[in-house]
Design a protein. Structure first.
Length: 336
């Protein structure tokens, strides 16, 4: 197989934080066969798998092989009167796939418009926004074992989806490479999910169509979230903490206006953005590492911040939140 392994390769264009670190080797894989070949050939090397590079903070040079998933293809593999199952290659861009669904009048992913990253990365953290999560439409995925290159199919139950998490972020972390994802999408008439607070407001006076939902989500995201092509970022840096009701009640006595959402497992989710805002850190900047001025859950690289500087800022936020609220913020972003 004719593959071009590049040496001492800058990863700057391949991570949305725009961090300039080098990888000892780099290769892009376009097919499953290429992936299997690379894995078997490089089985003794450290491998960093990247898709869109949008959920990643690189803090130092990588002394191994960075493998970028570059497969393409969207295919309808099953269809009946109400729904279709589409098989999407892992290397497809998530938002472009959402646009394809809109063009083909297929519902289910419109609330997830404009989420950066690749389709293959979507199940890893069960991407979610504006009242929807990937798991609502996920059917199954195929993945390659990093240890022996064999293919395995994961059902929805196998993936153990949780809030911004799955088996691929836990027990199987780093052990499989997702190569394609099967999603179950609805034909018209669509069921519309416009229950998220900001979305209801944006949908006022509009017809309940999947295109209008996507337009509303795109408008909200563009108002609030920095465009990674202009200001480096990885979306929400932290997860929203989920705490026991008792802990929430005692916090609420002190912070009567603390926003909260009941979680499906009887606990309470509190917005990390609110806590960071209360701490006065919204818009805080230390050199080129900063807290975004509209959405404090997003850390940003204004130009030449190092991964270490962003990490230090994250740790400062974590310790201030712990000190004031007694809550440990965990990161959503993968720190390498
Ligand atoms: N808030 C503030 N100050 C701010 C911004 C927000 O106090 O400056 C408080 C408000 O109370 C607001 C609440 O935080 O109601 C929630 O804010 P928002 O609706 O922006 O959502 P979020 O909880 O901060 C989550 C996801 C986002 C997703 C939005 C919309 C996580 C970690 N983040 O953010 O996902 O777009 O909801 O569904 O769950 C991502 O994962 O990268 C991401 C951007």
């Amino acid at each position: 197989m004719d593959l071009n392994f590049q040496k001492n390769f800058s990863l700057r264009p391949y991570n949305t934080f725009g961090i300039n670190v080098q990888s000892k080797q780099f290769i892009g894989a376009k097919t499953t066969e290429e992936l299997q070949y690379i894995i078997r050939q490089k089985k003794d090397e450290k491998i960093l798998i990247i898709g869109g590079g949008s959920n990643l903070l690189l803090t130092k040079d990588f002394e191994g092989l960075t493998l970028r998933i570059e497969s393409r293809g969207i295919e309808i593999i099953r269809e009946d009167e109400e729904s279709v199952t589409v098989k999407v290659a892992a290397g497809e861009n998530w938002h472009e796939f959402v646009l394809w669904c809109l063009e083909n009048n297929l519902g289910g992913v419109e609330n997830l418009a404009l989420i950066p990253g690749s389709v293959g990365a979507a199940p890893i953290q069960n991407i979610g926004a504006y009242g929807a999560e990937l798991k609502y439409v996920f059917s199954s995925c195929e993945a390659i074992s990093v240890s022996n290159g064999e293919m395995k199919t994961f059902s929805k139950a196998d993936c153990q989806f949780r809030y911004r998490s799955s088996i691929f972020k836990n027990e199987l972390k780093g052990r499989y490479i997702i190569t394609s994802v099967n999603l179950l999408l609805n034909k018209a008439p669509h069921s519309i999910n416009d229950s998220y607070k900001g979305l209801i407001e944006k949908m006022e006076g509009k017809n309940k169509t999947i295109q209008n939902i996507a337009n509303a989500v795109i408008a909200i995201r563009s108002e609030k979230l920095p465009n990674p092509e202009k200001i480096g970022n990885s979306g929400s840096f932290f997860k929203n903490p989920v705490i026991p009701v008792s802990q929430f009640k005692s916090l609420q006595k002190q912070y009567t206006n603390m926003p909260y959402y009941p979680d499906s497992n009887g606990k309470i989710k509190v917005p990390a953005a609110w806590m960071i805002d209360v701490l006065g850190l919204k818009g805080f900047r230390n050199g080129d590492a900063g807290v975004h001025e509209n959405q404090p859950l997003v850390l940003v690289n204004y130009g030449n911040a190092s991964g270490k500087a962003i990490k230090a800022l994250a740790e400062k936020i974590q310790s201030k939140v712990a000190e004031k609220f007694g809550i440990n913020l965990t990161t959503e972003v993968n720190i390498i």
